[in-house]
Design a protein around this ligand. Structure first.
Ligand code: PGA
Ligand code: ZN
Length: 399
């Protein structure tokens, strides 16, 4: 089947910043739309977003150049590629920009096209998106554990130094887990407003609450005081409070060793800790991973790169990785990162970004590759709820 048209446009993400949306049509008159997300606590090694830089529009963050690039330069050649051959399509994209960090096209341009092509190939094949992803990634599909981010801090909200405190039900059926998350959140709201006042119930970029002047250990104790069959996960995003060799944590400058000691002392019911140290300190990751009862997850450390995942898994610096397609660019490179993680037997957690659209693609991605987990924020805000609701649909589709 053939591509008959490609269109691109500038839309808004959940922070009110411009982002790219790509639609693609086939010769049966079917069409798909892919919305590109955008991070705030980005890793230094991530592929780059292309932005216009014209400060008279959206403070320089416009993506009109990406739209022009697609519609005037890339579209014609890409439309000649038949649907159903992801590596050929992504290979063609790579010829337009072979640079490691996608400086020319931008990872946003590449993912918009690559993601729309994947969706249209799946639709043309008559398969559900998660089934098609399972087939091309040669993975057994399964339902992931939901990582529900209920407290926002770091670069996503004023409040805690740790960026995310998540509840993770043990149950993977969304029809059960989603209700558990919603009732956990209701109970958490009650306890937070008693402890920190009602203003703690305002929400951050990923829909989590934002208690002010709270101690991290106290917040963890509140989580643990709520009944239910779940574990707790942290995304520390430690690069965001690291400066001059020290971590600025709870008003003090602490060393990597001291911070590692804090994780160990607060490990009760902790399932995983993401980016516990800044993104160049893989040695501290390895020290923690060799002693911890929880999984040590790389995000800024590994940036969805097959090479880096392979390197840090071999060094035993990680026992799990975050997979975010826009950190690397194309779907093929994302699936290569997944394959690297599967080969090293580290846990895979597919993740949204803090700046999101209503696109629910990552739910199909996580299910299709049989990921251990999926990070989709709190069960509020349309752009987060879209992913929850897609998981509920996928279960009904028979997974
Ligand atoms: P980001 O945050 O999308 O702002 O990078 C998410 C994360 O660090 O996991
Ligand atoms: Zn992270």
């Amino acid at each position: 089947m053939k591509i008959t048209d490609i269109k691109a446009r500038e839309i808004l993400d959940s922070r009110g910043n411009p982002t790219l949306e790509v639609s693609m049509m086939n010769d049966k008159g079917q069409s798909v739309v892919f919305g590109v997300p955008s991070g705030a606590s980005t890793g230094e090694k991530e592929a780059l977003e292309r932005r216009d830089g014209d400060i008279n529009r959206y403070n320089g963050m416009g993506v009109k150049n990406c739209v022009d690039e697609i519609e005037n330069n890339l579209k014609e050649g890409l439309m000649r590629i038949p649907l159903g051959d992801q590596s050929e399509f992504d290979g063609a994209l790579a010829t337009f920009d072979p640079s490691e960090k996608k400086e020319k096209l931008g990872a946003n341009t590449m993912l918009g096209l690559s993601g729309a092509y994947l969706k249209l190939s799946a639709l043309s094949s008559g398969q559900k998106l998660w089934q098609y992803i399972s087939e091309i990634s040669k993975s057994g599909p399964s339902l992931p554990r939901i990582y529900a981010n209920l407290i926002n801090g770091g670069k996503h909200a004023p409040g805690l130094d740790i960026q995310e405190v998540m509840v993770v039900p043990k149950e993977t059926r969304p029809s059960v887990a989603v209700e558990q998350i919603v009732s956990f959140r209701r109970e958490l709201a009650k306890k937070l407003s008693e402890e920190y006042g009602e203003s703690s119930l305002l929400i951050g970029d990923e829909g989590g609450f934002v208690p002010q002047n709270a101690r991290h250990a106290k917040v963890l104790a509140i989580f643990s005081s709520i009944e239910g069959d779940f574990e707790i996960a942290l995304d520390v995003a430690a690069s965001s409070f690291y400066e001059n060799g020290k971590y600025h944590f709870e008003g003090k400058d602490v060393t990597a060793e001291e911070l590692g000691g804090w994780y160990q002392a607060n490990s009760n019911n902790i399932l995983s800790v993401e980016d516990p140290f800044e993104e160049h300190d893989s040695e501290s990751f390895a020290n923690l991973a060799s002693n911890a009862s929880f999984f040590v997850i790389g995000d800024d450390l590994t940036v969805t790169s097959a090479t880096l995942i392979d390197e840090f898994a071999t060094k035993s610096a990680i026992s799990g990785v975050i997979i975010k397609p826009n950190q690397i660019g194309t779907i093929s490179e994302t699936l290569a990162a997944v394959a690297a993680a599967q080969a090293s037997d580290v846990k895979i957690i597919v993740s949204h970004r803090s700046g999101e659209t209503n696109d629910d693609f990552i739910a199909d991605l996580a299910c299709g590759i049989g990921a251990f987990g999926i990070k989709i924020g709190a069960p509020v805000r349309g752009e987060r709820v879209a992913k929850y609701n897609r998981l509920l649909q996928i279960e009904k589709e028979g997974l």
